[in-house]
Write a protein that binds this ligand. Structure first.
Ligand code: AZC
Length: 840
């Protein structure tokens, strides 16, 4: 950094460097200063929220110094940067992570000093303070959380990297359960957010609508897009600290605003005050709300507007940064790698081509070479309903020049295909970026493939599936090398050290300190301690304590008392038919009926179990909401059944989010990852649960397969049909005779008898299996699912061996760190190197 300061200013710079606290005394002074000045409160009125704010501000100050230096260093060294474009960043809370990564969490553990003068939080400890923070919930589920884990790894590994996203005013809705039904409440999270920095000086004007005119400049005809509407993008920056490194990267989120200031002054002056405010509001609508769908696209115009707004602002920023170094355009891919997190940012491909051809005057072919060398595309799903397609008419209206460019990209692409496959006319129809449907559609995944140099799936099975199903033709066209796999990972900093501090500490004591947090393969040192009785005992105690903590939360939020000595069986994730929460709740009903049929003596021999569910349903996903309702209805009956007592409890945890996951994962004995084989691209919570010393029951799907390979078949409970059999089974359901599993049939009959409330409420769920072809193979997998749960019960009875399985599994989880993942992207896709840091 010093070298980047011009010689004459260097002395002054050194003299005036900001120093921040390094010990508890210094920290306390900073907190007091922030309470009394920044927050303008008296220390005597410092409550928990004020304590949170001031603590955040104190740590933030430290972070900012690192952040500024990181940016200075990256600018000065000017090496290749990575830009991660994601419409979702599910960050969760920041303070705990900042304390951990800055490395001074211990000084804050002295929070009890507040006792001296802050009456309003007399007993407040840092754990309470941390809980005051509202989750930054700018995402739906796995895709958004993956982006957040990637940012953590990119910074920790010292990669010069930026995230680009949207600053939604409303993140994912807050879920309330009222009378057993999901009710959505807006998540207004920006009230006080110390982790973002508005950059009112970093703005970009974004165009929409209008028309394209041809102009001749210097004998060359160029296309000029005359905008119909201009909206301003304002940057908000969020510092992303790496763990045990000064590298602090930047996440830039764009917020929309009417261009030309607060009001349209012409309208204002002419007395049309209302409509000038309306313009303002219309512009702000673009970044107002996160679309709450997971694995589902609805093709809304505003969503397309969001996508272009964000992509255009980000590219403008990236190009502006590139231009500062005055390199030739051909060097662009040597300086810039852009990763498309799903197809949501695919318009970036078109936008860069437009910038290069229309604005910078490059030849089409030259520009296209630069574009395709720059982009990489990650696919996260094979579900047809999640693949984005936009009506040609809508694109034409909103982005007239982009549609022309898309048509040209498609023309040149199809010409090359025709040349290579002259005898296959149908191939052109199949791979065309424009689907010749009514209305015509732009297939975004195809555009992303054509415009990128690498396409990756997120787990081995998934990456194989995309090559043999949805993108099969493209493998023929481009050859197999363009398609690759990068199995997902999670950050062990948040998902082990932060979520489960006691387990992390125990692990550290056996793995030679905290280095495993940076090199997760070091966990393998645990394996030699598996037989150590004392170690197992401590391990079991920690698990129990985590279950007590969750039991308390369950009591506080649902009123139901659960026994922490029961087996905790957890399924938390978005509610979706393909994830099969319905299979789980049908299995729970089966268990309930079996218990009811037993004599009291038989019951005494049964293992107590708590079935815990959590997850949001998209507001428009009716069937998912029915599933939530059934879970709650079953809970209402089972939880008060005196025959059953502790033997079975059914809990639905309200408002599952990142911070709740941090409490839930450490408390699970067994978690459910039971998607129909071939439908869950990877899953990442499976990794979180195993890393926290829980076992899993799952199908041969997504990353479950690789988890099995790593931890060993004897440490996981696999069941169900394999992905290669799914198609035949579905075919048989529709065209052959479809008999429902007899145990499942009993479950259905019980629901229909009204045992769990009005049967009509659940008739569609039953009909999906009985009458509508059981697309998700609930009946086909039911028997195997029930049997496997019996194996789980048996295994859990032998606690000693169970704990041994857990420890062995954790010791073999090194592969699933997002650090490994990011290193693979860096090497195989981005061709970027980390930037060495000077520690001072
Ligand atoms: C999810 C996948 O469903 C999940 O299996 C995967 O772990 C995660 O991405 C991260 O790769 N996909 C999505 O959330 N959404 C879409 C549109 O695929």
């Amino acid at each position: 950094v010093e070298a980047s300061i011009p010689e004459p200013q260097r002395e002054a710079w050194k003299r005036n460097q900001i120093t921040s606290f390094t010990d508890r005394d210094g920290f306390e002074k900073e907190v007091v200063r922030h309470v009394e000045t920044t927050l303008a409160r008296s220390m005597f009125n410092c409550d928990e929220i004020a304590a949170y704010s001031a603590t955040s501000l104190a740590f933030r100050d430290r972070l900012i110094t690192h952040w500024n230096r990181t940016q200075q260093r990256q600018t000065y060294r000017d090496t290749k940067r990575v830009y991660y474009l994601s419409l979702e960043f599910l960050m969760g809370r920041a303070l705990d992570n900042a304390m951990l990564n800055v490395g001074l969490k211990n000084v804050a553990q002295g929070m009890r000093f507040l006792r001296a003068f802050a009456f309003d939080c007399y007993d407040c400890v840092i754990e309470d303070v941390v809980k005051q923070e509202h989750d930054a919930a700018l995402g739906n589920g796995g895709l958004g959380r993956l982006a957040a884990c990637f940012l953590d790894s990119l910074a920790t590994l010292n990669f010069p990297a930026w995230g680009y996203g949207l600053r939604y005013r409303y993140g994912i809705f807050k879920q309330e359960i009222i009378d057993g039904y999901q009710v959505e409440v807006p998540d207004y999270w920006l009230d006080f957010n110390p982790w973002e920095f508005p950059r009112h000086d970093v703005t970009v004007d974004i165009q929409f609508f209008g028309q394209v005119n041809k102009k001749t400049v210097g004998g060359k005809t160029i296309s000029v897009w005359e905008a119909g509407e201009i909206v301003q993008a304002v940057a908000y920056d969020v510092p992303i600290p790496g763990y045990d490194t000064p590298t602090t990267n930047n996440l830039r989120l764009w917020s929309s605003k009417a261009s030309g200031g607060e009001f349209d002054f012409q309208k204002f002056n002419s007395g049309d005050y209302e409509s000038s405010v309306a313009d303002q509001q219309r512009a702000e609508t673009i970044s107002a709300v996160l679309y709450p769908n997971d694995n589902l696209e609805r093709g809304k115009e505003l969503r397309l507007k969001q996508q272009y707004f964000w992509v255009a602002a980000s590219l403008y920023d990236i190009v502006r940064r590139f231009k500062k170094s005055r390199r030739s355009w051909n060097e662009f891919p040597d300086q810039v790698a852009i990763q498309l997190n799903d197809t949501h940012p695919t318009l970036a491909i078109v936008e860069l081509q437009r910038i290069l051809v229309d604005i910078e005057g490059l030849e089409w072919d030259n520009a296209w070479e630069i574009v395709t060398s720059t982009f990489g595309y990650t696919n996260h799903t094979v579900l047809p309903e999640a693949l984005e397609k936009w009506p040609v008419g809508l694109v034409q209206h909103l982005l007239p020049r982009h549609l022309q460019i898309i048509y040209d990209i498609n023309l040149f692409f199809l010409q090359s295909v025709e040349k290579a496959f002259p005898d296959d006319r149908d191939m052109l129809r199949r791979v065309s970026i424009i689907e010749e449907s009514q209305p015509k559609m732009v297939r975004m995944a195809f555009l992303a493939i054509v415009g990128s140099h690498k396409v990756n799936g997120v787990a081995e099975l998934h990456s194989d599936l995309i090559k043999t199903t949805i993108f099969k033709d493209f493998v023929e066209i481009y050859g197999p090398d363009k398609f690759t796999n990068v199995t997902n990972g999670i950050t062990p900093r948040r998902w082990l050290h932060q979520a489960n501090p006691r387990l992390s500490e125990l692990i550290a004591s056996k793995c030679g300190g905290n280095d495993f947090l940076k090199d997760l393969t070091l966990l393998n040192q645990l394996e030699k301690h598996v037989q150590d009785k004392q170690f197992r005992k401590e391990w079991a105690e920690i698990k129990y304590a985590n279950k007590v903590r969750l039991a308390k939360h369950i009591k506080d939020t649902t009123g139901v008392v659960v026994n922490p000595a029961s087996l905790f069986d957890v399924q938390v994730k978005r509610i979706h038919e393909y994830k099969r929460q319905q299979l789980n709740i049908f299995g729970v009903i089966h268990r309930y009926l079996s218990l009811k049929a037993m004599t009291p003596d038989q019951r005494k021999k049964q293992l107590p179990r708590v079935s815990i569910f959590g997850g949001k349903a998209a507001p428009g996903y009716w069937m998912a909401k029915q599933i939530i309702h059934l879970i709650n209805s079953v809970g209402a009956v089972v939880n008060k059944d005196e025959d059953i007592g502790d033997l079975l409890k059914v809990i639905f945890l309200e408002d599952y989010n990142v911070s709740k996951a941090e409490m839930i994962c450490p408390a699970s004995d067994i978690s459910e990852h039971i998607s129909t084989a071939g439908t869950e691209a990877s899953g990442t919570s499976n990794m979180k649960f195993v890393l926290n010393g829980g076992l899993i029951i799952g199908t041969c799907d997504g990353a479950n397969i690789e988890i099995t390979r790593e931890i060993g078949e004897s440490n996981i409970f696999l069941f169900g049909n394999l992905s290669e059999d799914v198609e035949d089974l579905r075919h048989a359901h529709t065209y052959g005779s479809h008999t429902i599993d007899s145990d499942l049939d009993k479950v259905f009959n019980e629901i229909e008898k009204g045992t769990f409330g009005t049967p009509h409420d659940f008739s569609a769920m039953i009909a999906a299996v009985r009458q509508h072809g059981d697309y998700y193979l609930v009946s086909d997998d039911f028997h195997s699912y029930i049997e496997t749960h019996q194996l789980v019960d048996e295994a859990y009875r032998n606690q000693d061996e169970w704990i041994a399985k857990c420890i062995t599994s954790v010791s073999r989880m090194g592969f699933f760190t997002s650090d490994r993942c990011i290193n693979e992207y860096a090497e195989e896709i981005w061709n970027v190197e980390p930037l060495a840091v000077d520690r001072h």
